[in-house]
Unconditional design. Structure first.
Length: 202
């Protein structure tokens, strides 16, 4: 139970029992990967300095998918992975209470990406004539879902650049909130360092 957790941790510490695990990879004794998937992403975003709302206006993606077995399936995988990563970078904050219980249990507190989070303009292209020579590849194809999860980082950096532009314009400094993930509405608003009082005519 939640009440027993501190006691269990204390007991493990007193007994020298590690509560973490890790592993190592040695290049000489293992096979890390058969091939690499590359991609290039350009993203454009805007933020509302008063409310903290952000909008990813445009995303252009060029992915190396080898020889796609079904380009439309790969397209859906890349678009879906982008949206999932937008949740990771911008909206899906998991909050735990002091006893370790999760406080973000529903969509009222936990915000997965919704239809309005899809970039207004989303363009995905696949690099042509780059077959995958790996013997483990199926007919020269490459993985399409997981590698594209990294594409959302471009959107996060675009939002961060928009926050930086607000700070430069208002004469402030980039706040530490701009470096914490996810960049939620609250974090964006605090990072901008702008209040309604800044917009009063004198």
């Amino acid at each position: 139970t939640a009440q027993d957790w501190p006691a269990l941790v204390s007991e493990a510490f007193a007994g020298g029992v590690p509560l973490a695990s890790c592993g190592w990879y040695f290049r000489s004794s293992g096979k890390l990967f058969d091939y690499a998937t590359q991609g290039v992403v350009c993203a454009e975003a805007e933020v509302d300095a008063l409310t903290g709302e952000c909008c990813v206006r445009r995303v252009d993606i060029l992915m190396d998918q080898g020889t796609p077995l079904n380009p439309l399936v790969d397209l859906g995988q890349v678009e879906g992975a982008l949206l999932m990563s937008l949740g990771f970078f911008l909206t899906e904050e998991v909050i735990f209470g002091p006893n370790g219980d999760q406080l973000t249990l529903g969509a009222w507190e936990y915000k997965p990406p919704a239809a309005h989070d899809i970039p207004i303009a989303l363009h995905v292209r696949f690099e042509k004539k780059v077959p995958n020579p790996s013997p483990s590849a199926v007919l020269g194809s490459k993985a399409s879902g997981e590698p594209a999860m990294a594409c959302g980082a471009a959107c996060m950096f675009a939002v961060r650049d928009a926050i930086r532009a607000v700070c430069v314009e208002s004469g402030g400094e980039l706040q530490t909130e701009a470096f914490e993930l996810p960049l939620t509405v609250e974090r964006i608003q605090r990072a901008c360092g702008v209040s309604a009082a800044d917009f009063v005519l004198k």
